[in-house]
Design a protein around this ligand. Structure first.
Ligand code: SF4
Length: 347
């Protein structure tokens, strides 16, 4: 059996930054309880590992005592949450991904001009709830092509669509097409809202799934981008399973299979990917083949509030950018079988 380990996969720059924020806060304030509003990223292992280190995840700011440190998750929050934090004198550190903040800023800008905003996304996702909160009177959430039929837009020339960052590129395109069939004048956002990480991970699966019998997507069930990767693999003809870790693997899934694609959602740590590969190598003496469609290199700075707190405590902050690059696969970490290099790496 061959394992096709696809790149890019797993952590994106925004998730990497958000996790670093909680890590740094724990190091900086060892005597304080760190509160995180919502799961810092949608991955049960990341959350469990921080809980073991004493972090408290809350869904209501009232659970944090006045004056406590509270970190906003990578998905962003609405202005009302920021106000409530101020009212409770909480010391907020914002770990919102800058690419989510970009969508917030677009929503604010268009709402100020009096435009109608069609926000394409999942209404109950934290990111959409946060963006909607920026201008609830101006924004209509559009979840599906069916929703487009019930839209009532008075002046489509003063309307724009924005999107959740982790949507399926294909689903979003279908919804945009339906919007333009009804209202051709509706404007596109100034730049794509679906982020680079979502786009690249989906493109890699779309390209490689047709050659595979089964796609294993490592990620949690509440991770929007992980669920989308599973759907894309299925739409390309591979069976697909979304698993949190190697312990969910079942040997019977692999009977008679030749090629298994392995990828991971943007919030899934790479050690879980390595463990899945090791398990398959151990069971089936599988060969691992790495195949990349693009290298990612991006930097986000740590939030200003955290850097200020570091300076106050005499920590040398340097530039404190979080540099993120495509994970490097090493033979030792992924199994006993030597790695081969995929076609796209050779080119
Ligand atoms: S998936 Fe995209 S928007 Fe979400 S945290 Fe990662 S880089 Fe940011």
């Amino acid at each position: 059996m061959r394992i096709l380990l696809v790149n890019p996969r797993g952590f994106c720059a925004g998730v990497h930054m958000a996790i670093q924020v909680v890590d740094q806060a724990l190091d900086l304030l060892p005597d304080e309880t760190i509160y995180v509003f919502h799961e810092i990223v949608h991955n049960k292992h990341v959350v469990a590992r921080f809980k073991e280190r004493g972090v408290r995840f809350i869904e209501d700011l009232a659970e944090a005592p006045a004056g406590a440190i509270v970190i906003y998750s990578a998905h962003g929050v609405s202005p009302r949450v920021r106000e409530m934090a101020k009212e409770r004198s909480l010391r907020a550190i914002d770990a919102t991904c800058p690419l989510v903040t970009k969508v917030h800023m677009e929503a604010i800008r268009y709402a100020k001009r009096g435009w109608r905003i069609l926000l394409i996304g999942h209404a109950n996702h934290q990111e959409v709830i946060g963006t909607l909160g920026e201008a609830p009177e101006a924004i209509t959430v559009v979840e599906s092509v069916e929703d487009v039929a019930s839209l009532e837009i008075e002046d489509a020339a003063q309307a724009v669509y924005l999107t959740q960052t982790t949507l399926s590129v294909d689903d979003a395109e279908r919804i945009v097409r339906a919007i333009h069939e009804r209202y051709p004048e509706v404007k596109a956002p100034p730049s794509d809202d679906i982020c680079y990480a979502t786009t690249n991970r989906q493109a890699a699966v779309r390209q490689m799934a047709p050659d595979c019998d089964l796609a294993l997507v490592i990620g949690s069930k509440n991770s929007s981008n992980s669920v989308r990767l599973t759907e894309i693999a299925e739409s390309e003809g591979a069976a697909a399973r979304l698993i949190d870790d190697a312990d969910e693997l079942d040997r019977s899934w692999f009977e008679g299979l030749d090629r298994v694609l392995v990828t991971a959602g943007a919030s899934a740590p790479e050690d879980l990917v390595a463990e899945v590969c090791r398990r398959l190598v151990g069971w089936f003496d599988a060969q691992i083949e790495v195949s990349s469609i693009i290298d990612e290199e991006l930097e986000f700075a740590l939030p200003l509030r955290l850097r200020e707190m570091m300076v106050e405590r005499g920590v040398d902050v340097g530039d404190r950018s979080i540099r993120f690059t495509t994970p490097q696969v090493t033979e030792a970490g992924y199994g006993a079988t030597p790695l081969t290099v995929g076609a796209s790496d050779r080119g």
